[in-house]
Design a protein around this ligand. Structure first.
Ligand code: CU
Length: 161
């Protein structure tokens, strides 16, 4: 085999391996799709017959075009909504964001307790501390992203370590 052919085969192999290298650079618990980076999705153990659970995470738009979280899904839930938290008449409530959640170019949006969050609705079973739950997020531009939630204890204010 000529040197040229060997070089050509090496380049072809490098092209095959490159996407794997690129995704491996994302740290554990991080998910990348297009210009969107999703970090550390988590939720909380759900008490008794609770029918909903919140979905928390950090979402960064590394691109130059506005992006929007429109919805998603979770294996353990019948549906997924994008919510914001509001206080009206001194009472904390939450409501769906009709147009989804915007993430501006270069911005990191934190979905967190007391703020905007994902809502897993129609839970099919309780969530247990320490388990992992598969889900998806749907973005306007980046499309569907597979993620995995880590489940913290009941009432936790921050993700499990
Ligand atoms: Cu909610």
């Amino acid at each position: 085999m000529t040197t040229f052919l060997i070089a050509a085969r090496f380049l072809a192999l490098a092209a095959l391996v490159w996407p794997t290298i690129a995704s491996a650079q994302t740290s554990p618990g991080s998910y990348r799709a297009g210009e969107i980076l999703v970090e550390s999705p988590w939720s909380r153990a759900s008490p008794g017959g609770a029918k909903v659970a919140s979905g928390y995470m950090r979402i960064t738009n590394t691109g130059s075009t506005p992006e929007r979280l429109l919805g998603g899904s979770a294996d353990v839930a019948g549906g997924f909504e994008v919510h914001r938290s509001i206080v009206s008449d001194g009472i904390a409530r939450m409501e769906p964001l009709p147009n989804g959640l915007e993430i501006k170019p270069g911005e990191t949006v934190e979905l967190r307790p007391g703020g905007s969050h994902g809502m897993l609705v129609d839970l099919k079973r309780p969530l247990k501390e320490g388990e992992r739950v598969k889900g998806t997020l749907v973005f306007e531009r980046a499309g569907t992203v597979d993620i995995e939630y880590r489940i913290a204890g009941i009432g936790a204010k921050s993700p499990p370590r």
